[in-house]
Design a protein around this ligand. Sequence first.
Ligand SMILES: Nc1ncnc2c1ncn2[C@@H]1O[C@H](COP(=O)(O)OP(=O)(O)OP(=O)(O)O)[C@@H](O)[C@H]1O
Length: 128
Amino acid sequence: MIMGLNDKQTTKNRHFVQAMKHAVVGIWTVIRDERNMRYHLLAAIVAVGAGWYFKISELEWLMIALAIFFVVVSEFANTIAESLTDLIVRNHYDPLAKKIKDVAAGSVLLAATFAVVVAIIIFVPKLF
Ligand SMILES: Nc1ncnc2c1ncn2[C@@H]1O[C@H](COP(=O)(O)OP(=O)(O)OP(=O)(O)O)[C@@H](O)[C@H]1O
């Protein structure tokens, strides 16, 4: 169990190491709770493997890295938006809650589309 997952701290972090531990817990929480995040990670591993296999250029690595981080950061923002919404409205239907969740999901879809386009541009010409 990663330290900090079950603590009840509500005060400011006392030092850098403590702040880092909470940040790592945050990353682990998204991987554990969000099924889509695990799919994104799997896709990232496949892309990095293909990059090695095809010996892609530095610029191509940069584009792959950008695409991966773009998707991961959008998934984090999506998780924050969903959690904040659920915290506020709980199980009540609210049109604003729907708007927030739909827009957050839309940002992940846009980022994932960008990643797929980057992958097609880089890898398809190498396959044929
Ligand atoms: N409280 C709510 N009020 C109105 N609409 C909601 C509410 N909660 C969810 N929805 C609608 O249901 C959809 C799915 O909600 P959910 O919380 O499961 O998000 P999700 O994007 O499917 O989650 P995940 O990213 O984990 O797959 C939202 O996109 C939204 O349209």
